[in-house]
Ligand binder design. Structure first.
Ligand code: NAP
Ligand code: G4F
Length: 337
């Protein structure tokens, strides 16, 4: 019997990589997708074998983290061995504009899912996608014992979800683990996160179809890793006999300015000719420095990052150049290749 996983947020960056990772390990994968007015399954379409196909092991289901009934029904129907809660309103700047919605989905959504697992009576191991944003203003390097000091509605919602996960573990003896992941990026990163915004702009500026790039705070420091390696850490988090919480990070830190410079440099352009600062992209409260200490994940899970800053920038810029080339030639467009 192959193992079964349920992924909320399967249509996002991490969900799509995690689905591929689990399918490659023989899992049957169910994914929760929400209804949207335009197609939102681009990232998983390449692996979305039609459910009528006898070999299909990936199944998408409509549902929503704001709708408890949809969660309970799906859990009863699929009886997953592992549940990965990746769904969230995940954009920090947007969370200042939609704090209520962010709390509903990113915070209470996690609680609804945990309660749904409990009342559905399934014995799933549960992964909660916690975030380095929870550390916020706490000085680096941040690790599992660092006190949280969130700086955004998103960070606050993730802190609620984190402690709710711990509480379900302690109160109901459920297998619930938090992965506290630092920023991780890829060619599938949403276009309005800073790394992808930069690499997409670099490709367009090089091609002569964009002449400026407007950004906010260039001094922020982030610990950027490569998303496909971070979904492996998610799976590893659910394999030990006992649940626990783990920081996942590279330990290497760079400013947004350094990311910009490296991305333009990769195509032989001087970033200072194209980049402008627009205060509209500043945040009401900023997280200045995130640098993770992933020593516990290395020791206990055997997880280590392989792709570091310079390679990450190169991978993302080259993927956006290829994507643009494909679009302009009318070739079948994939968000990465
Ligand atoms: P993402 O690309 O923004 O994906 C978020 C997913 O959540 C999408 O599939 C989205 O659906 C879904 N979603 C949003 N609202 C929902 C709702 N009400 N009900 C059901 N699904 C909903 O995020 P990501 O980068 O893959 O991150 C995955 C998780 O890890 C998130 O919880 C994020 O907060 C957390 N995290 C990310 C990072 C990072 O650096 N990437 C670091 C730490 C933690 P649509 O596709 O329809 O929008
Ligand atoms: O790419 P960002 O929007 O990512 P941020 O805020 O660090 O959040 C991401 O990582 C978290 C983990 O720490 C996740 F939990 C969260 O879901 C998300 O995936 O911004 C990175 C930095 C910030 O300091 C921001 O102020 O870049 C700065 N920045 C400068 N100009 C910009 C821009 N960010 C965006 N999105 N757009 C800009 O134009």
């Amino acid at each position: 019997m192959s193992a079964t996983a349920l992924i909320t947020g399967i249509t996002g960056q991490d969900g799509s990589y995690l689905a591929e990772f689990l399918l490659a390990r023989g899992y049957t994968v169910h994914g929760l997708k929400r209804r949207s007015s335009s197609f939102n399954t681009d990232r998983v379409d390449r692996i979305d074998v039609h459910p009528r196909d006898p070999d299909a092991r990936l199944f998408l289901h409509y549902g929503d983290l704001t709708d408890t009934g949809s969660l309970v029904r799906l859990l009863r129907r699929t009886e997953p061995d592992e549940v990965y809660n990746l769904a969230a309103q995940s954009h920090v700047r947007v969370s200042f504009d939609t704090p209520g919605h962010t709390a509903e989905v990113t915070g209470l959504g996690a609680q609804r899912l945990l309660e749904a697992v409990r009342v559905a009576g399934v014995s799933s191991r549960i992964y909660q996608a916690s975030s380095s944003e929870m550390f916020g203003a706490a000085p680096p390097p941040q690790h599992e014992g660092t006190p949280f000091h969130p700086r955004s509605p998103y960070g606050c919602a993730k802190v609620f979800a984190y402690w709710t996960a711990v509480n379900y573990r302690e109160a109901w003896d459920m297998y619930v683990s938090n992965g506290i992941l630092f920023n991780h990026e890829s060619p599938r990163r949403g276009e309005n996160f800073v790394t992808r915004k930069i690499t997409r702009a670099v490709a367009r500026i090089e091609a002569g179809i964009q002449d400026e790039l407007f950004l906010g705070n260039l001094d922020a420091v982030r610990d950027w890793g490569y998303a496909p390696e971070y979904v492996a850490a998610m799976w590893l988090t659910l394999q030990p006999e006992r649940p626990d919480d783990y920081v996942v990070a590279t330990g290497e830190a760079h400013t947004v300015r350094e990311f910009v410079a490296a991305a333009f440099d990769h195509v032989g352009l001087d970033w200072q000719r194209y980049v402008r600062v627009d205060p509209r992209y500043y945040r009401p409260a900023e997280v200045d420095v995130l640098i993770g200490d992933a020593g516990k994940a290395r020791r206990q899970l055997g997880w280590q990052p392989k792709t570091l800053f310079t390679d990450l920038v190169r991978i993302m810029v080259d993927a956006d150049r290829q994507l643009l080339d494909d679009e302009r030639c009318g070739r079948l467009v994939r968000i990465d290749r």
